[in-house]
Write a protein that binds this ligand. Structure first.
Ligand SMILES: CC1=C(CCC(=O)O)c2cc3nc(cc4[nH]c(cc5[nH]c(cc1n2)c(C)c5CCC(=O)O)c(CCC(=O)O)c4C)C(CCC(=O)O)=C3C
Ligand SMILES: [Fe+2]
Length: 439
């Protein structure tokens, strides 16, 4: 299983059960791991090069994305949001009498994860637990953070010296879901008031649950394979069509359904899961539909007769759900950004700028509901998970159909083979510390 020869200091999998639940440990430090973003105009291009190194993202896409940052002074909102989250976590930990320092490190911009690990070690810490600002299972949202840690341990020489674990994916933790439910409830009241003021009180609404698109190959590799197989059996579908047959999409559908259960006012309103921020080359398939295409399609189609709807029926209501579509032409859209932890650039630009424009050009009312950010329920939920891992809390809270996700990933979970045919070293997996070709 694990090559402990490379990890002479400890066995990283000690106390892990077959479900990937890790026994409690006396962690001495916490790392808030995030994406990172530019802090000024001069940072924009170097940041984008960091993000896309070796990924085959076309130059035109990079130039396009650079304009989003340029329009905001070259500054990504994500860093301020992470500073706020860092403070909120420290405050909540202190309030619970947990005396653990919280550090911050990013994948793509300063402070970089390797330099933060060096600091953690220099400060005398040896058992670190990572909280990443990413809730779901996929290469970008789970495994890549584990690789960031695996590679940082290698490059800093801290492999076998600093124990680095990571909390489970928390998409279905009540603390992540609650702020979205609250936001949907408020957004619904607002958009209904807006429509009423415009004399369209009975106007038809559609709720778009929006997340980051990923290559369909990443979606197919996401999460433990047995779960994916089960889902395919349940839906009778091939994965990678944005239809819930891949683990990434299925997790989002599960969260969407849980949010709706918590917002009775939304009963009967049609809804769908849509994707945004596609960035690969055109010939590489990514999860669809894109939110802008979905808005245009719904606005153009006569109620109840659009492609999406018929597909939805064929697929057992996987594509479009709800009963509201008989109520005449579409009047407004609500966007719940359930794929994201904070209102960073992908939310500010792709939703608040682009999707809003798409909707308004079609005469539709538009509301985007908040991300968790530093909502007290979210911060408290993250600290609850930290307490689980410290052995200070009974049970592993989870809502929806999956149960609490694993602390330690299955072999090849969310695997990505690099262009040179290797997979990168990771932490927090049954096949951690492996940096050799697999295919
Ligand atoms: C699943 C997912 C999340 C959600 C989970 C999570 O939050 O982790 C996410 C978040 C984010 N994505 C972000 C920014 C970017 N993502 C890019 C590119 C890509 N994202 C991908 C996936 C995801 N990305 C993928 C498969 C690519 C292709 C290249 C690659 O495989 O890496 C690019 C390159 C240019 C472009 O093509 O857009 C940029 C600039 C920011 C920062 C925003 C800010 O600065 O405020 C955040 C939080
Ligand atoms: Fe994973």
């Amino acid at each position: 299983m694990t090559d402990t020869a490379q990890n002479p200091g400890f066995d990283p999998l000690a106390g892990v059960d077959e479900n990937g639940t890790m026994a409690a440990k006396d962690y001495d430090s916490i790392l808030l791991a995030s994406f990172g973003g530019p802090e000024g105009q001069d940072d924009v291009i170097p940041f984008l090069r960091n993000v896309t190194a070796g990924r085959g993202i076309p130059d035109e896409r990079l130039e396009e994305v650079a304009t989003h940052y340029r329009a905001n002074g070259g500054i990504s909102p994500i860093n301020e949001q992470n500073r706020a989250l860092l403070e909120a976590l420290r405050t909540e930990l202190a309030a619970r009498g947990i005396d653990l320092p919280v550090y911050w490190g990013n994948r793509n911009w300063e402070p970089y994860i390797p330099q933060t690990l060096e600091q953690i070690y220099a400060d005398g810490h040896r058992k670190m637990l990572t909280v990443a600002t990413s809730a779901y299972s996929s290469y970008s949202s789970c495994r890549q953070y584990r690789e960031d840690l695996g590679m940082a341990l290698r490059s800093t020489g801290l492999e076998g010296k600093l124990e680095a674990d990571k909390i489970r994916q928390y998409f279905n933790h009540p603390g992540f879901v609650a702020p979205f439910a609250e936001g949907l409830s408020a957004g619904l009241a607002e958009i209904r008031a807006e429509l009423a003021a415009a004399g369209r009180a009975d106007g038809r609404l559609h709720i778009f649950f929006a997340t980051h698109s990923i290559p369909t190959s990443d979606a197919e590799a996401a999460g433990p394979r047995p779960v994916a197989a089960e889902l395919q059996e349940k839906t009778g579908l091939a994965p990678g069509e944005g239809n819930g047959a891949d683990v990434y999409s299925a997790q989002h559908l599960d969260v969407a359904e849980e949010i709706l259960r918590r917002v009775p006012e939304a009963a009967g309103i049609e809804w769908s899961l849509v994707y945004q921020s596609r960035s690969g080359a055109p010939h590489v398939p990514w999860l669809e539909p894109d939110i802008n295409d979905a808005i245009e399609q719904l606005a153009a189609a006569p109620a109840g007769a659009d492609e999406n709807q018929r597909e939805g029926e064929r697929r057992g209501e996987r594509a479009t759900h709800g009963e509201g579509s008989d109520a005449g032409p579409l009047a407004g859209v609500l966007v719940v950004p359930l794929g994201f932890v904070s209102d960073h650039m992908e939310v500010m630009w792709d939703l608040d700028t682009e999707a809003k424009e798409t909707a308004e050009n079609l005469g539709l009312a538009f509301r985007r509901t908040p991300t968790p950010g530093t909502h007290p329920a979210f911060v408290s939920g993250l600290v609850d998970i930290v307490e689980e891992r410290l052995g200070r809390r009974e049970g592993r809270a989870a809502v929806g159909c999956f149960g609490a996700w694993n602390d330690v990933c299955a072999p090849n979970c969310c695997v990505k083979v690099m262009r040179d045919g290797t997979v990168r070293p990771t932490v927090a997996a049954f096949d951690s510390e492996v940096g050799v070709p697999t295919r």
